[in-house]
Ligand binder design. Structure first.
Ligand code: S3P
Length: 441
């Protein structure tokens, strides 16, 4: 049992209006990959716009422990990585504790499976409950000496020294982490590794490997690379995280009045499911100044307070908005009519069971919803007041915080420490644009 009195709570009091002009911090997925690929490259990689969240700092610490000299992040979020080459990592100086970060443990499993040395990775109590056989199984098929605990959770233990062979892998679920894990192991495997996805997932690994000069071939939903190549250092400009932006997009939409400008938001087509969904719900969002930031497209968004209505969310948008559903559920709770989500069982194995965690909180706030195995129906209406549990999940915490824009009274959100894993400046930025969130230890 968590001792709630010892942890961080958000006290969100109602507010009406959201307005201002803000720049969202760097993308978490891209920041992780910049460290991993920069570490394995030949030469020095400069990263700008790095996200200084706990998850990405855990990745950085792990690569430092494997002999990589990394400077930063400095006060401007610049990072310099002195790459050791694809064959240059050294045995970790300590067991790798990767905190709350599913992306780190799953992508690094692919990298560590190809090393000559043994390693062990585990995380915090939330990560240590999450499924890891989804990466252990394909890596074993490639010949890795790798295992998870008997219930398929961390620690992940790699014996090292295995000779990997390429595989042709059909992903059982739409997961960018599993896809990336197998492709990264493919760097160390003999032959051409191919991953086939059941639905399009974020393609940052493919884009960034190419930026590092590594050939990756994408044909429809099949992605291939051939092992034995090298990565060449490059400069990475990390765009603002559309997943973090989502809390402000939804805040801007559900606010009773106001317009909010969000600068430098990542607009990768494999990440914009949230925009597709809220536009169908009636959102008024202007997309301006579309441009390219290195390998990734970005734009500025102007979000206007909007009257939303419920929709049936399209299945193809589910993997493209996978991290955005807690906030989208808040939009649904403020919309006219019913919003239905299906084919989203992956939400149950995120930092929390996000379908149940959101349903529990919404119910406490008086919102009518029906949970099914792979989704939820949410009946839009009024949001009440009360105390909800974030289940140590950063995105649940931030979602309930923004719901105070439409609540009848104060919402207290318990166990909000993990907001620092992805968005350390959330409360400051939220208060800057008109929300009223106090923190209490
Ligand atoms: C991520 C992939 C997604 C996402 C996670 C980050 C990535 O996970 O939920 O926050 O960086 O590859 P899954 O691959 O489990 O869907």
């Amino acid at each position: 049992m968590t001792d709630h009195t010892a942890t961080l709570s958000f006290i969100a009091t109602p507010s009406n209006s959201v307005s201002g002009d803000i720049t969202i911090p760097g993308d978490k997925s891209i920041s992780h990959r910049s460290i991993m690929f920069g570490a394995m490259a030949d030469g020095v990689t400069h990263v700008t716009g790095f996200l200084p969240g706990e998850d990405c700092l855990a990745t950085m610490k792990a690569f430092k422990a494997m002999g990589v000299n990394i400077e930063g992040p400095d006060e401007n979020n610049n990072v310099t990585i002195h790459g050791v080459g694809v064959d240059g990592l050294t045995v970790p100086t300590e067991q790798i504790n990767i905190g709350n970060s599913g992306t780190s443990i799953r992508l690094m499993s692919g990298i560590l499976a190809g090393q000559s040395f043994a390693s062990t990775m585990a995380g915090d109590s939330s990560l240590n409950k999450r499924p890891m056989m989804r990466v252990v199984n394909p890596l074993k098929q490639m010949g890795a000496n790798i295992s998870a605990a008997s219930d398929g959770t961390p620690p992940i233990v790699v014996d090292g020294g295995a000779k990997l062979t390429a595989i042709d892998y059909q992903l059982p679920m739409a997961s960018a982490q599993v896809k990336s894990c197998v492709l990264l192991a493919g760097l160390f495997a003999e032959g051409t590794t191919t991953v086939t996805e059941p639905g399009i997932t974020r393609d940052h690994t493919e884009r960034m490997l190419q930026a590092f000069g590594y050939e990756v071939i994408t044909e429809g939903n099949k992605i291939s690379l051939t092992g034995g190549g090298r990565l060449t250092a490059c400069d990475i400009n990390v765009p603002g995280d559309i997943s973090s932006s989502t809390f402000f997009i939804i805040a801007g939409l559900i606010a009773k009045q106001g317009s909010l400008t969000l600068r430098n938001v990542g607009m990768n087509p494999t990440r914009i499911g949230v925009l597709n969904i809220v536009k169908q719900m009636g959102a008024n969002i202007e997309i301006t100044n579309e441009r390219q930031a290195g390998a990734e497209p970005v734009a500025d968004l102007i979000v206007h307070a909007s009257e939303l209505h419920g929709i049936d969310i399209e299945e193809s948008d589910v993997p493209l908005a996978i991290d955005e559903f807690p906030a989208i559920f808040i939009a649904a709770a403020c919309a006219k009519g019913i919003t239905r989500l299906r084919n989203a069982e992956e939400l149950r194995v995120k930092e929390s069971d996000r379908i149940q965690a959101m349903a529990d909180g919404l119910e406490i706030l008086g919102v009518n919803c029906t949970v099914v195995a792979d989704g939820i129906d949410i009946v839009g209406g009024t949001i009440g007041a009360g105390t909800v549990n974030s289940h140590d999940d950063h995105r649940i915490a931030m979602s309930f915080a923004i719901s105070s824009l439409r609540s009848s009274g104060t919402i207290t959100i318990l166990d909000c420490e993990n907001v620092a894993t992805s968005f350390p400046s959330f409360v400051r930025l939220a208060n800057e644009v008109g929300l009223k969130i106090d923190t209490q230890k």
